[in-house]
Design a protein around this ligand. Structure first.
Ligand code: SAM
Ligand code: SF4
Length: 323
């Protein structure tokens, strides 16, 4: 469906938990994280019902995210249930990859079309430091499994000054060997990210050009999102940049988000949205659910407003929103 700004909204990111097996420094505090109460988190029944309603409004693509989606028991059963909803064309997952090692074939069978793997460095020590304890070998195993099954794979990295900047070209070089997209996403000033310094996309592009030579824009479209892709000479895949801060793409935004506690978020940085959980649990009929979702999506904010003074700025962390 189209919102009041004329944008076609066909994509939902569904966060199924705010819990995570890692504590990436730009996303979650190391200690003292209060998790959502079990009873506040949508059940899989409730998620499936909401996605079915969204599909009838024109949502075609679903991304399962978190927290770490694989940290919630039954995640792949949910993938299977979403995969068969009429109207849903693709189901993908954003994951840190650790808990999928050894289980990608199962995920594929459940109907997972594509994987976005978050990986900020290939250096085992730096990875352990950034994630506060993760083992990069498991992430690479997941990537290899997915590639050997012919799945579409993207690697997402958040470049942070003084944190992973030395390893960014080594990370990008994964796309030389493999038919994947390595994407650099500008750090957003949400939660723990607000205290760190982002490396802007323009700087990433010039670093990559110095390392790999001229970067031809990659004409092939890779997905439904806002990344700009480049393919250096001799690369099997490509390098992408996503620039929410330096080159906002709100005018082309195609997505809404469902948080694990059942709030339909219309924009990453705005609190505006719909309390879907209350609707579902107050016994709303399908028609009432559909009307409420439609009304909410129509009012999707025009821009994220990260760089302006807006009244209803988001105070949740990324693990609570789903990225
Ligand atoms: N745990 C899964 C993962 O890491 O892929 C899914 C959830 S995580 C919140 C989704 C994405 O958000 C990750 O790629 C992560 O790097 C990114 N992220 C977290 N905090 C961020 C921030 N402040 N700015 C930009 N991206 C952020
Ligand atoms: Fe967990 Fe993903 Fe946040 Fe890292 S970025 S702490 S893996 S939710």
């Amino acid at each position: 469906m189209r919102d009041l700004c004329g944008r076609e909204i066909d994509y939902v990111r569904v966060s199924i938990t705010d819990r995570c097996n890692l504590r990436c420094v730009y996303c979650m505090p190391e200690k003292g994280v209060a998790s959502m109460r079990h009873g506040d988190v949508l059940t899989y029944e409730e998620i499936v019902r909401t996605v079915r309603a969204l599909a009838s409004l024109g949502i075609r693509h679903v991304r399962v995210t978190g927290g770490e989606p694989m940290a919630r028991r039954g995640c792949l059963d949910l993938v299977e249930r979403i995969h068969v909803i009429p109207g849903i064309e693709t189901v993908s997952m954003t994951t840190n990859g650790l808990l999928l090692a050894g289980r990608v074939a199962w995920a594929r069978e459940a109907g997972l079309d594509a994987l976005n793997i978050s990986l900020d460095t290939l250096d085992p020590d730096a990875y352990r430091r950034i994630t506060r304890g993760g083992d990069v070998a498991q992430v690479l195993q997941t990537m290899d499994e997915a590639l050997s099954l012919g799945m579409r794979v993207k690697v997402n990295a958040v470049p942070v000054r003084g944190l992973n900047e030395d390893g960014l070209t080594a990370l990008a070089a994964l796309a030389r060997e493999h038919p994947i997209q390595v994407r650099f996403i500008e750090l957003m000033p949400l939660g723990c990210g607000a205290a760190l310094e982002p490396i802007p996309s323009d700087e990433i592009v010039s670093r990559m050009t110095s390392a790999f030579g001229p970067m031809q824009p990659d004409a092939q479209c890779h997905g439904f999102g806002p990344a700009q892709y480049f393919r250096p000479e001799g690369f099997a895949g490509s390098i992408g940049v996503i620039s929410p801060m330096s080159h906002a793409f709100c005018g082309r935004c195609n997505r809404v988000r469902l948080t694990a506690d059942g709030f339909l978020k219309l924009c990453l940085n705005h609190t505006a949205g719909l309390d879907v959980r209350s609707l579902l649990r107050s016994g709303a009929e399908d028609s009432a659910l559909l009307d409420a979702l439609r009304e909410a999506i129509l009012r999707k904010p025009l821009s994220h407003g990260f760089t302006e003074a807006i009244g209803d700025r988001e105070s949740r962390r990324m693990n609570q929103i789903g990225g």
